[in-house]
Design a protein around this ligand. Sequence first.
Ligand SMILES: C[S@@+](CC[C@H](N)C(=O)[O-])C[C@H]1O[C@@H](n2cnc3c(N)ncnc32)[C@H](O)[C@@H]1O
Length: 366
Amino acid sequence: MGLFLSKVMTLENINNNGFSERLIGILNNGALSLMISIGHKTGLFDTLSKFSSPETSEHIAKTAKLDERYVKEWLACMVVGKLIEYDSSNQKYYLPLEHSEYLARSAGLNNIAVFFQYISPLGNVEDKIVECFKNGGGISHSEYPMFQQLQDEETSRVFDSRLLADIIPLVKGLTSQLKSGISVLDVGCGRGHALNLMAESFPNGKLYGYDASKEGIEAAREESRQKGLSNVFFEIKDVSSFDEPSKFEFVTAFGSLHGQSKPTKVLQAIHKSLKNNGIFLMRDIASSSNLQENKDNLMAPTLYTFSTMHSMAVSLAFDDGEEGLGSMWGKQKAEQKLREAGFEENIEVYEVPGDILNYYYVARKP
Ligand SMILES: C[S@@+](CC[C@H](N)C(=O)[O-])C[C@H]1O[C@@H](n2cnc3c(N)ncnc32)[C@H](O)[C@@H]1O
């Protein structure tokens, strides 16, 4: 290790403005990302957040019902990564409150640990992505077996705290329209939590959810069964070829546009499926279509990675018509594509507090 450090010092001496240290920092943070994900999945951050004083690794492992040897090594990593504090005099560990506020599940929308779970599934497809760099093409959704579940965990938190209170009210008068009973479609509904919440709150409406994922639709149906809902209908359907003219008053697409192989067709189909004066609400990644403007976006390196290794790759997995938008297609392009699909010139774009990743676009069919 001493030799390794002196090598870094040597690089510093050739005046690289700390770039070598930055690279080592990135390597460390990449490794820490996997360990933060483990801390989330094992519930270790949750366990630690409940202790009011420092505890031994034995006590932490016992409380979390985990193997102490692994917990001790993980704690060591968290200590040197400066996420957890350590008292060497009694070998006890402590998660400061100002850290648990972003790492424990009790943090709600402030929990950032949830995003670290995406890193390892992306690592699983790394070699396939390298092949795509050489030969073009893409990777099918089935290569990301955890994604439906991860996506659901990430977005359900937002829907639970924001959908009815903040997101639907973005459209003036929509809540009362929903109460009176209108026809709603959620495009790319995944595990259907958003739609089930709406169906529960607006029993007079008829709500439909389409997704190509069998796993997603089965989970959505199961949730609606458990809630005892009879006004929500989930179907396995490829939304790039649905043709249901003037059927819905309100259509949503929560994060499901940027990964489409044929987003133009999907937007046209959505426009066609709306009745006159219908509303389309689209949630998609908050970014600019101009790379230069994304340099100050705190999440941009992560989002371009997710794009390359998931959203763009899945959209390029089909033989024909793929556009490969990628997650970072950005506001300007989104607005342009909405207008080209036939929506009114004036598209409203909102941010919702606590949803750090997304813009909300409100587009109207004339
Ligand atoms: C990022 S996830 C969002 C899921 C859900 N809306 C949410 O917010 O949790 C995108 C979803 O779009 C679905 N999807 C992608 N392309 C599709 C297509 N052509 N037809 C139907 N569903 C599609 C995926 O299966 C996935 O469930």
